[in-house]
Design a protein around this ligand. Structure first.
Ligand code: MG
Length: 361
């Protein structure tokens, strides 16, 4: 053997180390069965499919989850394909430098925000586990600052709504889905059971300024704290008109998906509902929170129907926000994870390192 080959052989483990850690990424779909058939203005379903992502490096596994959104042409199958196309990007990468790694993912992948969210959460989980601290601690937050979370009641018959409201006795604030012709009936059913404060979500269901103003003026007498997305996302200036004619604060949801949306919509709203699945992860959601704060908007963090993995990840942001709507894991029967708890309506973040979830036995 020549001397140069001999040296190369002797130093090969070091050369390997200089090339960076071996990091693998994989994805799978997760079928989550719903406790109740879930109906909003947009859809009705008995189960949801989300995307689970794992990042493994240096003996540590980071896990993440994203809920693909049909409205934006996303699916778990598409997410699995995207993740397999990222194996090379991850192979030589150091997941503790997750900001740089996410930049590379965002440069390579168009759209597919829920997939990016699952990857982002897995990287945050990995990075905080590597440091041996919960994610909220890695970010310098106090988990005691987490707000109350709402429990959501979907659109249903009056009888089912009354039963759901009774079942939600433990939650001090409810979120009610409205936006259909039977809004009065829905509110009557809720108010027949409880005097709790309510937050309403019209999910773009009302179609004209006059309809929205008429409904909101009526709702102002019903103990409602605020109303989310009264008109379709495309009707921004009309939403501004509605806001001038009513007293209830108006929050954006479908209007506000990404950081660049915040300055555009800020003049028309009092607050924003930020969702990790739509933003493309915790890093983007954090940017949105900072921008919303700078523009004097109230901040809520919401969620899709997901397991405790995605919900606990989103809940890590909760010490930074005014309102939480993080109940997507409470709507499923077969949650594969255990994580954030709700005690008297308040989110209690785990002390475990990373996102802090454990697989259920
Ligand atoms: Mg909403």
């Amino acid at each position: 053997m020549r001397r140069r080959d001999c040296l190369a052989l002797a130093f090969s483990p070091l050369l390997g180390a200089a090339a960076g850690p071996r990091t693998t990424i994989s994805a799978r779909s997760m079928r989550l069965d719903l406790v109740n058939t879930w109906t909003t203005v947009m859809s009705s379903s008995t189960f949801r499919e989300t995307l689970g992502v794992s990042v493994v490096s240096g003996g540590i596994t980071g896990v993440g989850e994203g809920a693909p959104i049909v409205r934006y042409n996303e699916s778990a199958a598409q997410g699995i394909e995207i993740v397999s196309g990222l194996r090379e990007v991850f192979a030589g990468a150091d997941p503790s430098q997750y900001v740089k790694l996410l930049d590379r993912v965002f440069a390579k992948v168009d759209g597919s925000w829920a997939t990016k969210a699952a990857i982002d959460i897995a990287l945050h989980d990995w990075a905080a586990k590597r440091l041996g601290v919960p994610l909220w601690k890695m970010w310098g937050l106090d988990r005691n600052d987490a707000p109350l979370t709402t429990f959501s009641i979907g659109i249903d018959t009056a009888e089912v709504i009354r039963r759901k409201v009774r079942e939600a006795a433990a939650y001090p604030v409810l979120k009610i889905k409205v936006g259909l012709a039977n809004d009065e009936e829905v509110m009557e059913a809720v108010r027949a059971e409880t005097k709790k404060p309510l937050r309403l979500d019209a999910n773009e269901g009302w179609k004209t300024v006059d309809e929205a103003v008429r409904k909101i003026k009526w709702l102002e007498k019903q103990g409602v704290e605020f109303i989310e997305q009264p008109l379709p996302a495309s009707m921004l200036s009309e939403i501004g008109e509605v806001r001038k004619r009513v007293d209830l604060p108006i929050f954006a949801d479908e209007c506000c998906l990404h950081p660049e949306d915040i300055p555009r919509i800020a003049p028309y709203f009092d607050g924003v509902n930020i969702k990790v699945d739509k933003a493309g992860g915790l890093h983007q959601a954090m940017r949105m929170i900072e921008m919303a704060r700078a523009l004097k908007l109230k901040v809520m963090v919401g969620c899709m129907v997901s397991s405790s993995l995605a919900i606990t990840a989103a809940a890590q942001l909760s010490p930074l926000i005014d309102y939480a709507d993080l109940d997507g894991n409470l709507l499923i029967k077969n949650d594969p994870y255990e994580g954030v708890k709700v005690v008297s309506g308040k989110l209690v973040l785990p002390e475990r390192p990373g996102v802090g979830v454990v697989a259920r036995g």
